[in-house]
Design a protein around this ligand. Structure first.
Ligand code: GLN
Length: 534
């Protein structure tokens, strides 16, 4: 039977519970255990697919096409587990299911309530991950901060679960912040004490407290946390800020976190070994010196989380090429105001990521033009392929008004448009072309040189497609259509003849990159950008 680790967070949000959960997963995997991780999100949206990135950050897409929380990205990057729609539950998803059952008459005669109906549904969804699959440990991350009204049903569900599972089968890790107060010159344990107190009020007693901190936590402070929070002294684990997120598993190991976990869960397994990770990821990040400047041109640039997987994948590409990545985040609306040259001069590579809506679109198109005309490596992803196609149609093929029907329904040259099946779609939730699709790559292309194979599978999240009516005309002018989804003859990858490295894809390669196994396209992009930089 699988064993469970429940991860909660207190004091403030953005403590890095996702990274902590992913790091615990990584450590346990290195001990030969099979793990999976589930994220519980307390919002009422069924999934984050309909949320603005400014609200939610990136929407991560799993191979089965679920639009999920970005923490699943961390889970996939750190572990070898396979994640699907079942690895992310939300309040919306839980209520949707309970209300559907109620309408069907499944609870006939009963009053449907948060306890037990909602909590049972949550428990079932968590337990489902253990059914039929060989998983040793299920890590359950509860989103939000302890004390929020929204997360109460989830906390109640894990409280019950722990009781049902029994000693040695479940444990709780609580992540808190131990702030350093400059004026007092001291770190403070009180917020942690209060947060654990709140958790205790709802019946959850943590076994381990992980303390996020800027400064080392002195022994007396650790002992104090142990005493007031009712945990063993060795169960107070300091998690001091590190340079790279990929160091977190190493920090945890150094503090003995995984030993403690396997002891509490009564698991007999080998010791953890992160030497390959340390050597191939962390050391490489630390020692690379040659700088490569990459411009990411987007419209959610001010928000760190909006292009999470893109930034991480670029880092992976840099690790693979032993170079030091410097990301220049460029707001596409700034390009509209100041011009491409002023915003982009000096960069060795330009990436236009995915996006929706017309704000900033002309700035992105100008960035593509700048990359094409100056022979700067260009990587377009999803909307970044659309902008590449629009730019080429307008400025090379002479279709001055070419556009996507997403931005101009009545454009004379709809080079990007909806295919028939999407035209019928009215509802917005989970109705895009989502998840894994095959793509056949032409030999001799940059994409082929990167992948070294002709058949690939990549994840998608979009409605609009290249309009095949324009294929011949654009091909004549030097755009190569080198990747297609064979079943529907949809364009998946375009390149430009004679350009140093110009690859734009309809899919999202950033969802499949790992720190120790960079995605081939990111590795190739950084390689060419690095060749271009002195
Ligand atoms: N807005 C575009 C579409 O829906 C691109 C989507 C994306 O970049 N993820 O097709």
């Amino acid at each position: 039977m699988a064993k469970y680790i429940f991860v909660t967070g207190g004091v403030v949000s953005s403590l890095g519970k996702g990274l902590a959960s992913a790091s615990v997963g990584k450590l346990l995997e290195s001990r030969g255990l099979k793990v999976t991780i589930i994220k519980c999100d307390p919002y009422i949206n069924v999934d984050p697919g309909t949320m603005n990135p400014f609200q939610h950050g990136e929407v991560y897409v799993t191979k089965d096409g679920a639009e999920t929380d970005l923490d699943l990205g961390h889970y996939e990057r750190f572990t070898n587990a396979s994640f699907t729609k079942d690895n992310n539950i939300t309040t919306g998803k839980i209520y949707y299911s309970v209300i559907t059952k109620e309408r069907r008459g499944d609870y006939l005669g009963k009053t449907v309530q948060i306890i037990p109906h909602i909590t049972n549904e949550i428990k079932q969804n968590i337990r489902k991950l253990g059914y039929g699959k060989k998983v040793d440990v299920i890590i359950v991350e509860i989103g939000g901060t302890v004390g929020d009204i929204e997360s109460l049903p989830f906390l109640e569900a894990i409280r019950q679960l722990r009781l049902e599972l029994g000693r040695g089968y479940a444990m709780n890790i609580h992540l808190t912040l131990v702030p350093f107060i400059k004026s007092a010159g001291e770190i403070k344990t009180k917020p942690t004490q209060h947060s654990v107190g709140t958790l205790r009020e709802i019946g959850i007693i943590p076994d381990i407290i992980v303390c996020r901190t800027e400064r080392p936590i002195p022994k007396e402070a650790r002992d104090k946390i142990a005493l007031f929070c009712n945990v063993d002294k060795e169960a107070v684990i300091p998690a001091i800020d590190v340079k790279s997120i990929y160091e977190v598993p190493l920090t945890f190991k150094k503090e003995g976190l995984d030993n403690l976990i396997v002891r509490l869960l009564n698991i007999h397994c080998e010791d953890s070994n992160l030497s390959l990770w340390e050597e191939n990821v962390v050391r490489r990040l630390e020692t690379a010196t040659k700088e490569v400047n990459i411009a990411v041109v987007g419209k959610y640039i001010t928000l760190q989380d909006a292009y999470k997987s893109i930034y991480e994948s670029l880092t992976h590409g840099a690790i693979a090429n032993n170079v030091k990545l410097v990301i220049r985040r460029i707001d596409s609306e700034d390009i509209e105001k100041k011009g491409a040259r002023n915003c982009l001069s000096g960069v060795s590579g330009i990436l236009v990521p995915g996006g929706f809506g017309d704000r900033g679109i002309e700035g992105k198109i100008a960035a593509v033009k700048y990359a094409r005309e100056n022979n700067i490596p260009y990587f377009g992803i999803c909307l970044g392929m659309h902008t590449a196609v629009i730019e080429f149609a307008r400025n090379v093929c002479g279709m001055k008004t070419a556009n996507s029907t997403e931005f101009n329904k009545n454009t004379k040259h709809p080079v990007i448009s909806l295919i028939e099946e999407q035209k019928k779609v009215k509802a917005k939730g989970a109705t895009m072309r989502l998840g894994s699709y095959d793509c056949l790559i032409k030999k001799g292309s940059s994409a082929y040189r990167a992948y070294k194979k002709t058949k690939i599978v990549e994840r998608h999240r979009h409605r609009y497609e290249f309009n095949n009516k324009y294929k011949e005309e654009m091909e004549k002018n030097g755009m190569n259509f080198v990747g297609t989804y064979p079943k529907q003859n949809l364009v998946e990858i375009v390149e430009i003849k004679g350009h140093k490295w110009f690859v734009a894809c309809q899919f999202h390669p950033e969802f499949k990159s790992k720190p120790d196994k960079a995605h081939p396209l990111f590795a190739a992009f950084i390689k060419h950008a690095s060749l271009a930089s002195i």
